[in-house]
Design a protein around this ligand. Structure first.
Ligand code: CTP
Ligand code: MG
Length: 225
């Protein structure tokens, strides 16, 4: 079966603080969503992509989101209130898939090699694989009052990116009762199933805050794509 990309793009982008839903914010004349979807299809690792948009944009045609010929391999569905609801809507359009890659629209500069690493690990037999990076800051846990309750050993911590790759049956099973999970692999972990890691890439950073947007625009201006 094919490798199907699911791009959740139904979030509001509250932390970015722009008028438009975040995925529709432009960088150098092209939306985050356009850039993310094209990079996925252009990597050669993904057969088609399901884009999950805010419900009021559900009638949007693929050609309005992504340029040809990539638009021919794109379909559009309405998302839900939480990210996991949006992923579930995407999964409903991916029942023919062998593997799915769930990839945030906000990770616009993800290089092709990262899609390749994740798919290679799936083909090697992993049922769930995520890209990770070492953590550079010391991380602390705190209680409701903000008092520090612990300092986990940084050497055992990783920051998690997308694309996250899954056997489609496993993610479908994991996603059925998701709550407000921010990460698909966490749902697989909750089932007690193994999740593998591959090396992430700093360029796959997620545009979350205005500072991230400044960084992405500067990288594009200096020749990243
Ligand atoms: N997402 C989604 N459906 C939701 C919430 C989020 O499809 N109900 C998507 C976002 O569009 C984004 C990705 O999940 O591509 C990662 O989420 P995040 O970076 O948190 O984006 P937003 O939820 O839009 O941002 P914020 O949390 O700041 O509002
Ligand atoms: Mg969010």
């Amino acid at each position: 079966g094919p490798v199907v990309g699911i791009v959740p793009a139904a979030g509001r982008g509250v932390r970015l603080g722009q008028e438009l839903p975040k995925a529709f914010v432009e960088l150098d004349g092209r939306t985050m969503l356009d850039r993310a979807v094209e990079s996925m299809l252009d990597s050669g690792e993904v057969d088609r992509v399901v884009v999950v948009v805010p419900p009021e944009l559900a009638a949007t045609q693929p050609e309005q989101l992504v340029r040809a010929p990539f638009s021919e391999r794109v379909s559009v569905v309405a998302g839900g209130a939480e990210r996991a609801d949006s992923v579930r809507a995407g999964l409903a359009c991916a029942s023919d898939a062998r593997f799915v890659l769930v990839h945030d629209a906000a990770r616009v500069l993800t290089p092709p090699g990262l899609f390749a690493r994740v798919v290679a690990e799936l083909r090697r037999g992993s049922d769930a694989v995520i890209p990770v990076l070492p953590v550079t800051d010391t991380i602390k846990s705190v209680d409701a009052q903000g008092a520090v309750t612990g300092t986990p050993d940084r050497a055992s911590l990783r920051a998690v990116q997308t694309p996250q790759g899954f056997d489609v049956a496993l993610l479908s099973r994991a996603n059925t009762d998701a709550g407000d999970a921010t990460d698909d692999a966490g749902l697989v972990e909750r089932l007690g199933e193994r999740v593998d890691t591959v090396a992430g890439d700093p360029l796959a950073f997620k545009i979350t805050t205005p500072l991230d947007l400044v960084l992405a625009r500067a990288l594009l201006a200096s020749g990243a794509r």
